[in-house]
Design a protein around this ligand. Structure first.
Ligand code: ADP
Ligand code: MG
Length: 322
C-alpha cells in the first residue's frame, strides 16, 4: 500500500453512521431523506493566515471541522457529512494522530461522518467541505430580515479576539483568564441545536466568524435594511465588560472574529419563544437591537452606548484582502 493510502487509512478512516459508502472509493455515496435539501459549504484554514503554525494539532483538528459545522448551524441545517482536503509539508505521525483525534472528537460531538477528501504535500492547509440537510423552504437565510425584527446573538462576543490579542502579546491576561478565554478561539462550539430550533422562529441568521458588524452587515445588505444596536447590551465576558469604555475593547466586541456565535433576527412576538429556547438550551440569547429601514439605499449599523452616544468603529471585521 502506498504511504499516502496508509496514512488515509490510519488517520482518516472511521466507521460512519449515515453514509452508504465512505472513504476508500473514487467517491462517497450518501442518501438524503425525502423532503430535505442539501446545504453545502466549505472553509479553508491556511497556516500563518488563519492559525499560528505551531497551533496544537488536536485543537486545529477540532476547529477546522467546527467552523464548517457553524455554517450549517447558521443555515438551520443538520450537519451530516464532511470531506477533508489537507496539504502537509511532511508526514508527521504525531501531528497527524493529534489532528485526526481533534477532528473526530468534533465529528462525534455533532454526529458528522468524514466521507472522503484528498491528501497531498504542500504548505499546511486544511480545507473542509460540509454537507447537511434542511427541510425544503426551512433554511435560515441572510436575505430575509424584516424592518421591526429584533436582533439577537448567542453566547458572548469578543472572547476569541481577547484571547488572540493576548497570544499576540498585545495585552496581558493572567494564566487562568487566558486558559478560559482561549477555548473560544481554539475550540469554538458551533450552535447547531440553536440553528435547528430557529428554523421556525427567526427570519434571518448568520454565524459570527469575521466580527459582529461585518457579519450583521451581510444580513443587512442582502435584506436591504439597516440596524440599530446597543453596545452595552452586547453580551461579553467580564474582562471585556470591565474595559468597555476603552476603544480597543469596543473593537473586540464589535469587530472581533472567530467566536462562531449566531446572530439572528426575529419578529418581536417571538421574544418569549426565544427566551424559552435559551433556557432549554442553557445558552445565553441576548436581544441587542433592531432592524430599521435603509436610508438613501444603503445599509448601515448604528451603534450607540448607554449615554446615547454613537460609536464609530473604522474596521468592522476581518477581511483577508483589505
Ligand atoms: P483518487 O486518487 O481516486 O482521488 P485518493 O487516493 O486521493 O483517491 O483517495 C483515496 C480515498 O481516500 C478516497 O475515497 C478519498 O476520498 C479518501 N481520502 C483522501 N484523503 C483523505 C482525507 N484527508 N480524509 C478523508 N478521506 C480522504
Ligand atoms: Mg484524490
Amino acid at each position: 500500500m502506498s504511504p499516502e493510502f496508509n496514512l488515509i487509512k490510519q488517520y482518516f478512516t472511521r466507521p460512519t453512521n449515515h453514509t452508504l459508502l465512505g472513504v476508500g472509493d473514487d467517491a462517497a455515496l450518501v442518501q438524503t431523506q425525502v423532503g430535505m435539501q442539501l446545504a453545502i459549504s466549505a472553509d479553508m484554514l491556511v497556516s500563518g493566515t488563519h492559525f499560528f503554525a505551531d497551533t496544537d494539532a488536536y485543537k486545529l483538528g477540532w476547529k477546522s471541522l467546527a467552523v464548517n459545522i457553524s455554517d450549517m448551524a447558521a443555515m438551520g441545517a443538520q450537519p451530516k457529512w464532511a470531506t477533508l482536503a489537507i496539504a502537509l509539508p511532511a508526514i508527521d505521525e504525531k501531528w497527524l494522530a493529534a489532528f485526526s483525534q481533534g477532528f473526530f472528537a468534533c465529528a462525534d460531538t455533532f454526529n458528522v461522518d468524514l466521507i472522503g477528501g484528498d491528501t497531498t504535500r504542500g504548505p499546511l492547509t486544511i480545507s473542509v467541505q460540509i454537507m447537511g440537510e434542511v427541510g425544503v423552504g426551512k433554511s435560515l437565510r441572510r436575505d430575509h430580515a424584516k424592518v421591526g425584527d429584533q436582533i439577537w446573538v448567542s453566547g458572548e462576543l469578543g472572547t476569541a479576539a481577547l484571547a488572540l490579542n493576548a497570544l499576540m502579546d498585545k495585552l496581558t491576561l493572567d494564566e487562568k483568564q487566558l486558559k478560559t478565554y482561549r477555548k473560544s478561539l481554539e475550540q469554538p462550539e458551533p450552535r447547531v441545536a440553536l440553528g435547528l430550533a430557529l428554523r421556525d422562529i427567526a427570519n434571518s441568521a448568520i454565524d459570527i466568524s469575521d466580527g459582529l458588524l461585518s457579519d450583521l452587515g451581510h444580513i443587512l445588505e442582502q435584506s436591504e435594511v439597516s440596524a440599530e444596536i446597543y453596545l452595552n447590551d452586547i453580551p461579553c465576558n467580564e474582562y471585556v465588560s470591565s474595559h468597555l469604555h476603552e476603544e480597543p475593547f469596543q473593537k473586540m466586541l464589535l469587530a472581533g472574529g472567530d467566536d462562531y456565535e449566531l446572530c439572528f433576527t426575529a419578529p418581536i412576538e417571538m421574544q418569549y419563544k426565544i427566551k424559552e429556547l435559551s433556557k432549554q438550551l442553557s445558552l445565553k440569547l441576548t436581544h441587542i437591537g433592531h432592524i430599521i429601514p435603509q436610508k438613501d439605499g444603503a445599509s448601515k449599523v448604528v451603534v450607540s452606548d448607554d449615554n446615547g452616544n454613537i460609536i464609530e468603529i473604522k474596521e468592522t471585521g476581518f477581511d483577508h484582502f483589505a
